[in-house]
Design a protein around this ligand. Structure first.
Ligand SMILES: Nc1nc2c(ncn2[C@@H]2O[C@H](COP(=O)(O)OP(=O)(O)OP(=O)(O)O)[C@@H](O)[C@H]2O)c(=O)[nH]1
Length: 186
């Protein structure tokens, strides 16, 4: 089941904020309001070579945690809801494997992504040298209107962001910038 489906289910019989006429005023006031449903659901995918910090980036953003020795990922996702431009946006963030042998699995997640974060590690030149390979994957599998954000280095036509999942530096800003750019297009 798509885990995002539950969020869009409205309460039966009356929509947002409706209370049963059988409840007295006091009871109605005490009753917890259902959370406002999200205005948008967006999928963001994080790609890049092995060990560049994709999982760390996702976990810092979604759970505000940092793992010193993360296990290598195949595919995983986390949810985070953010508010931006007066809209509530439910982000489904997909963390993918850096290992090439998983490309046939991870490529299936590109198509539905509205935002792509391509990560490399400024201390590992080989992860920079791999960028053309990732760009080819994007060209081949991603939607043409997906917003792309390169994480750590200036490349013509893309924005530049440096961040650290460990020090919690710039992580929220990166995700919110990407979502803001997606919203501007909707
Ligand atoms: N010092 C430092 N280490 C980091 C940072 N981000 C991640 N790491 C470390 O780098 C290692 C790899 O991080 P991961 O988040 O697992 O990398 P990944 O890109 O998801 O790896 P794969 O799933 O194998 O592709 C881990 O040991 C992290 O603790 C950072 O900002 N600073």
């Amino acid at each position: 089941m798509d885990p995002s489906a539950a969020l869009h289910r409205r309460p039966a019989g009356g929509g947002l904020g409706a209370v049963s006429p059988a409840l007295s005023g006091g009871q109605a006031r005490r009753r917890k309001q259902p959370p406002r449903p999200a205005d948008f659901k967006l999928q963001v995918i994080i790609i890049g070579s092995r060990g560049v910090g994709k999982t760390s980036l996702m976990e810092r953003f979604t759970d505000d945690t940092f793992c010193e020795a993360c296990k290598s990922t195949c595919v995983d996702f986390k949810i985070k809801t953010v508010e931006l431009r007066g809209k509530k946006i439910r982000l489904q963030i997909w963390d993918t494997a850096g290992q090439e042998r998983f490309n046939s699995i991870t490529s299936a997640y590109y198509r539905s992504a509205k935002g792509i974060i391509l990560v490399y590690d400024i201390t590992k030149k080989e992860t920079f040298d791999d960028l053309p390979k990732w760009m080819k994957m994007i060209d081949k599998y991603a939607s043409e209107d997906a917003e792309l954000l390169l994480f750590a280095q200036q490349i013509t036509g893309m924005r530049f962001c440096e961040a650290s999942a460990k020090d919690n530096f710039n992580v929220d800003e990166i995700f919110l910038k990407l979502v803001d750019d997606i919203l501007k297009k909707t």
